[in-house]
Structure formats: C-alpha cells, structure tokens
Design a binder for this molecule. Structure first.
Ligand code: DGL
Length: 281
C-alpha cells in the first residue's frame, strides 16, 4: 500500500483529460497535477526548452513526495522520458505514448489505415510511428501536426465554427488522402475536441491516449503493490498561471464528475518556489 499521491503534469490543461478516467477507475488514488499554463504551448518550442521546463516540474513533483510521475503530455513524452528517468531514477515515470502505441500495435492489422495527430514537436519526433512500427511492422502510420489546436483549446474556443473549420483545415486532406479509418489523438488537449472530430468524421475510430494511460497506471501500481487505501490527502491542481480561461475549462472537463470529485485549484509560481527551495537546501 502507498498512500502518496500520483503526480501528473502537462504544458497546460490538456493533461487534465486523463484525470476523470483515473478518478473513475481508481477512486482511492490521490493526485497532484501541475499545468504549466504560463509557458504553454510546448509543442512548437525547442526540445531543450521543453526539457528544461519538464525537469523543473518533475523536480517539484518529486519534492512534493509523489509515488509516481505521469507525463500527461505527448510532447514531453516524445522528447524527454529518457532524460527524466535518468535524472529521477528512484521513481516510476510513465509517458503517455508507450501504452497507446502498444494498444494500437496490438489491436490494428495491416488492413487499417492509422493516422496520428499531434503537436509539431510530437509529430517531428516520430515517437508514435517508430514505437508502433517497432511492435507491429505491418502497420503503415501517417502523421500530421495540428499546431493551432492547442492555443484555441486553451482559449476555450471549442464548441463553435472556428474550431470546426480549424479541424477541417488540418484533417480533411489528411483523412481523405490516406483513407484513414483510425486516428490517434496524440496530444492530451485533443480529447477536448473529440466530439467535434466525431461529428465531422463519424466513420473514424478515435483512439484516446488519456483513457488508455490509466490501464498502465493501474498495472504499475499493482506490480509495485502501491495502491492507495484510505488516504486523506486532498487532490491539488497547480497552474503556473491560473487564468479565467483555465478555470472555465476546468468546469468543462469536470462537468460530468460528481461534486465530491471536484477539486481545488491553486495558482503556483514555479520559478519562485524552485528558487526558495534552492535557497533552503
Ligand atoms: N498537451 C500537450 C501534448 O499532449 C502539449 C500541448 C502543447 O503545449 O503544445 O502534447
């Protein structure tokens, strides 16, 4: 048994799309979430910048005594998992790409036409494509970056024509030219526009990594005998810039959750906190 919380992080609110799945599957587990809203998006930044940000956040989570770190961000998972594991060898660190790649490789055969959508950095890394094809070389994987999705989602521009047009702008040609039947939402922000994508492309089978990752979390906790049981820790969600947009999106993400699953949100100055901790060490 291990009653310490699980640490999640993302460049912003995207990683929150994993949390309702975790709360429903493993209701005893507690959470510390960090959304780097002040510095989002990561998906168009240089890899060394993303690494620097991720190291700071992982350091904060480790010092907050989490039992596991879940990288609820495809962009970080595509570029920084190995560095993070090297820097923090004593804690399980789970990226979001690996469990999804395993599922796609196991469930799809050569008759399927699979497409990955994600940020520029995730797509340029070919992390999904390489991992899926390593596990199932019969699959031909197509990839497409959709860099305008995240800024629109962070702004809460979802249920309207602007988002629908943007989806069509990136996806019409991609889906048609490759005769896609399966699409992987390779960015944790994208489940927030899953309904739009379903409406526009009703024939597509949509793979949602934010739900798949919970299977792997459960496995790691089971293997390590680390399930929580009766912890009185209260879930806490930090944002490096707790804006009104962010709070509105929280309501959207947790709209279907029971009231007792609602959470507290705190504005958090990561830079100041790290400086203070550094000084006190
Ligand atoms: N939610 C993130 C991902 O899964 C990153 C989005 C961004 O900051 O660009 O890739």
């Amino acid at each position: 048994m291990d009653n310490r919380p699980i640490g999640f992080f993302d460049s912003g609110l995207g990683g929150l799309t994993c949390i309702p799945y975790l709360m429903r599957r493993l209701p005893e587990e507690k959470i510390i979430y960090f959304g780097d809203t002040a510095r989002t998006p990561y998906g168009s930044k240089a890899i060394r910048t993303i690494k620097g940000f991720s190291m700071e956040i992982a350091d904060f989570l480790v010092k907050s005594n989490v039992k596991m770190i879940v990288i609820a961000c495809n962009t970080v998972s595509a570029t920084c998992v190995d560095d993070l594991r090297l820097k923090f060898p004593n804690i399980p660190i789970l990226g979001i790409i690996e469990p999804t790649a395993r599922q796609v490789a196991a469930e799809c055969d050569a008759s399927k036409n699979v497409g990955i959508i994600g940020t520029k950095v995730t797509i340029a890394s070919h992390a999904y494509k390489d991992m899926i094809q390593e596990l199932n070389s019969t699959l031909d994987i197509k990839e497409n970056a959709c860099p305008a999705f995240v800024p629109l989602i962070e702004e809460g521009i979802i249920d309207n024509d602007i988002m629908d047009l943007t989806i069509k702008y990136y996806m019409d040609q991609f889906v048609k030219d490759n005769a896609l039947d399966t699409i992987v939402l390779g960015c944790t922000h994208y489940p927030l526009i899953k309904k739009n994508i379903e409406r526009i492309y009703p024939e597509l089978n949509i793979v949602n990594p934010s739900s798949i990752i919970v299977d792997r979390i459960e496995e790691i906790l089971r293997d390590g005998n680390m399930f929580a049981n009766g912890s009185d820790f209260r879930n806490v969600f930090f944002a490096s810039d707790l804006s009104e947009n962010f709070l509105n999106m929280i309501d959207h993400i947790f709209a279907e959750e029971a009231d007792d699953a609602k959470v507290k949100f705190l504005n958090f100055d990561l830079e100041k906190e790290l400086m203070n901790r550094g000084r006190n060490q």
